[in-house]
Ligand binder design. Structure first.
Ligand code: DAH
Length: 347
């Protein structure tokens, strides 16, 4: 019997040496030391043998079983290492190659002007205790319209030309107001947050219209919030951004998700108010639509309207960037021309 064990070990050694993939090794493992493997067979065979035989064969079998186990582990490790090396040899990348970096925005051009301004505004809001939230570009009807008090039959849907997906249920968000809805879902009042990001409209482009542009949504919900609070926050924001007093005007504005709603305009910094393509010759730029959050919106957000109210605003980021850097055509912003982006290099 002992000889049988020795033979079995020799057989194993030969087999494991020739195995060159994981499956083969696992197969050998099962055949030798698995539950119904060769070692178990030997132990079964000596079930009725004398105590002495059982002792010596049992001890030897265990010894061999351990040895086989160790050899199998070693072989598996070796196969894994070989696989990794083979992969590296096949798919290697020289991460020190410098040439490919030449045209990467970050290495030669710095941040995009929209990112620069967005970060700056985020910092201003963080200093006023606001959180920064994010939301998906692909939205559903509920978050883009319904929960913002724009039911499917509402004519206000026509105000925003929408890129719909063919399922007619999903769309590219037309505004960052969707982040108001998502913010109310994830927060209990009181809260205040801003949500910057890209938005999409299916419209003809010109110096002040693009199909993709940037907004920064803001929402504050608390007890006893007033229009005076709204004006205070907006004034603080604008004087921080422009580092000087800018001329502003407030007009009534209609947005279904606020009541009352306003349009806050600023004197066009591109032309100083004389009239140019950016301000459509009016001397004023619509910069900040805002208002007191409509009770229906709060109700969709499961907020107790007896106790809480709030304000919201939607800042047009690209317009702000255009005023800051005196850019006369919004299409430069998404044009992808590095000669344009490089002018704003900031890291
Ligand atoms: N979502 C609106 C738009 O894209 C802008 C807006 C208006 C946002 C008023 C607001 C608001 O938060 O209060 O046209």
């Amino acid at each position: 019997m002992l000889e049988k064990i020795e033979n079995l070990k020799r057989e194993f050694d030969a087999e494991i040496q020739n195995a060159n993939d994981k499956n083969a090794v696992l197969n050998i493992k099962a055949r030798y030391i698995g539950k119904t493997g060769k070692i178990s067979e030997i132990l079964n065979e000596i079930r009725d043998a004398s105590i002495e035989v059982k002792k010596s064969v049992g001890a030897k079998s265990n010894e061999i079983k351990i040895e086989i186990g160790e050899k199998i582990d070693k072989k598996m490790q070796q196969i894994e290492t070989d696989e990794i090396n083979e992969n590296l040899a096949k798919n290697w990348v020289d991460v020190t190659l410098t040439d490919s970096k030449k045209d990467l925005g970050l290495n030669c051009a710095g941040y995009h002007p929209v990112s620069i301004v967005q970060r700056e505004i985020e910092d201003i809001f963080i200093s006023m205790g606001f959180e920064i939230l994010d939301g998906p570009h692909i939205e559903d009807d509920y978050h883009n319209f319904e929960a913002l008090n724009i039911p499917s039959t509402h004519p206000a849907r026509d105000m925003q030309d929408t890129f719909w997906f063919s399922d007619k249920k999903h769309l590219l968000r037309t505004h960052t107001s969707t982040i108001q809805v998502r913010g109310m879902e994830s927060h209990k009042p009181p809260f205040k947050f801003v949500g910057p990001g890209k938005v999409f409209r299916c419209e003809a482009t010109d110096a002040s219209h693009e199909v993709a542009f940037h907004q920064l949504e803001g929402m504050l919900v608390d007890e006893n919030v007033s229009v005076a609070n709204l004006i205070y926050f907006m004034k603080t924001l604008l004087s921080e951004i422009f580092k000087k007093e800018v001329e502003v005007r407030l007009r009534p504005g209609f947005f279904p998700f606020v009541e009352p709603g306003f349009e806050l305009d600023i004197r066009c910094l591109n032309c100083g108010g004389k009239g140019c393509p950016v301000c459509k010759q009016s001397g004023w730029l619509e910069l900040l639509p805002c208002g007191m959050v409509h009770p229906n919106v709060l109700k969709y957000g499961k907020i107790d309207t007896e106790k809480y109210n709030g304000f919201a605003f939607g800042l047009g980021l690209d317009r702000l960037v255009m005023m800051r850097y005196k850019i006369d055509d919004i299409r430069h912003i998404h044009g992808g021309d590095l000669r344009f982006v490089k002018q704003f290099a900031e890291f």
